[in-house]
Design a protein around this ligand. Structure first.
Ligand code: FAD
Length: 371
């Protein structure tokens, strides 16, 4: 009998496990792939290691403006990927140690919920007082002509496969100009690909402020990235991406049009937990409508950021431990690690107006900052 069983070992799951373990609860954490989840293995960390190499390369290539001269900087993608693998392995090992130090039992296997008090992993049934679901999210794959064929052939990649590419494609088309799409466009552009971003909306960067989105767009274009805006994907051929306003040939395609919570295939329906628009419904304690079942991280479909998952995990565990705490979503920071980087927090002018919140705006040029 465990005090808490956690399904999923990403930021939401491992943070909850650590805090609950340190709080004196007996905890079992089930992870079907690798501890660290999407963030450590195929998300935040891989993308940030690649982008760091791109930034060092860009600085080296354009150092003359600052009195720094190099013969001719080159970027060795194979080395970048092996460094990324090393960074990921180090961090995954760090999470393993954290679990040991917090006395968390980690089971490597796919968990299946029999009912709110019983979970099966690797043919073993475990009993628990409470459950925390942190199964995360997966890329959205729409029904589009030729897309599943393109994925099968390795022509179309998601964020999971792109980090394993051994060669830099001559031409890369990125479908989706949100955070993930832009960060990958920035890396592959620096690494030498001819990059085209196809975005359905008239702006890039998802929910970021329109003025800032415009500045980022201008900067990315100056660096050589092409953008097809207001362009809706309609098909994939053997060597091109088709959208309603045109077609772009490519050697590889990255599909990054969004992510959806993982709520199917692990017996969630056996719990009575409510799911709306594909996401688990939670309250301000990160509790579902079913007593003793909590959910944290991407699976609630709210912010889909690692630090949000950490915070939700902390709130859920504090609620279990009887410590007063609530989850607030009104000031969650977000960064796009392109060059220049973009950071935001809270409402944008547009979102405030849409909610009828009266607001004033002010802009300060970056040159006002001495640094
Ligand atoms: P996940 O990390 O998705 O982990 C869920 C885990 O559950 C997985 O390991 C999965 O294998 C496991 N699982 C699922 N079902 C089962 C089951 N039945 N049994 C056992 N295990 C199961 N966020 C940021 O804050 N900053 C960034 O810079 C950033 N960059 C990103 C870049 C990319 C390319 C991507 C894809 C995402 C990025 N994110 C970033 C988002 C971040 O990765 C997620 O918000 C975060 O990983 C969510 O954590 P989670 O614990 O909810 O889920």
């Amino acid at each position: 009998m465990y005090d808490l069983i956690i399904i999923g070992g990403g930021p939401g799951g491992y943070m909850a496990a650590e805090l609950a373990g340190r709080g004196g609860l007996s905890v079992l954490l089930a992870e079907k792939r690798t501890l660290g989840g999407v963030c450590l293995n195929e998300g935040c960390i891989p993308s940030k290691t690649l982008l760091h190499s791109a930034k060092v390369f860009d600085y080296a290539s354009h150092g003359a403006a600052y009195g720094v001269y190099t013969e001719k900087a080159t970027l060795d993608h194979k080395f970048v990927v092996s460094r990324k693998n090393h960074v990921v392995a180090t961090l995954v090992n760090g999470v393993k140690s954290l679990m040991r130090a917090s006395k968390v039992k980690v089971v490597n296997g796919e968990a299946y919920i029999i009912d709110g008090k019983h979970v099966k992993v690797n043919d073993e049934i475990y009993e628990t007082k409470r459950l925390l679901i942190a199964t995360g999210s997966a890329p959205v794959i729409p029904q589009i002509d030729g897309l599943s064929q393109g994925i099968k052939k390795g022509f179309v990649l998601t964020s999971r496969e792109i980090f394993e590419l051994e060669e830099i494609p001559e031409r890369l088309t990125v479908i989706g100009g949100g955070v993930i799409g832009l960060e990958m466009a920035a890396y592959f552009n620096s690494a030498g690909s001819k990059v085209t971003v196809v975005e359905m909306l008239p702006k890039i960067g998802g929910p970021i402020d329109s003025d800032i989105s415009g500045i980022l767009l201008k900067n990315c274009r100056q660096k050589g990235i092409c953008f097809e805006l207001s362009a809706r994907l309609t098909g994939i051929t053997e060597n091109s991406v088709i959208y309603d306003t045109g077609e772009t040939e490519a050697d590889k395609v990255l599909l990054s049009i969004g992510r959806k919570p993982v709520t199917e295939g692990f017996g969630l329906e056996n719990t009575g937990v409510a799911v709306r628009d594909g996401a688990i419904l939670t309250d301000r304690y990160c509790q579902t409508g079913v007593p003793d079942i909590y959910a944290a991280g991407d699976v609630n479909g709210k912010y889909m950021l690692a630090h949000t998952a950490y915070r939700e995990a902390a709130v859920a565990v504090n609620h279990i431990l009887g410590k007063p705490d609530i989850m607030r979503y009104d000031a969650i920071p977000m960064v796009i690690y392109t060059s220049p980087e973009v950071a935001c927090v809270g409402e944008t002018e547009e979102s405030a107006k849409a909610k009828g919140i009266k607001c004033e705006t002010a802009s300060v040029p970056m040159r006002m900052s001495g640094r």
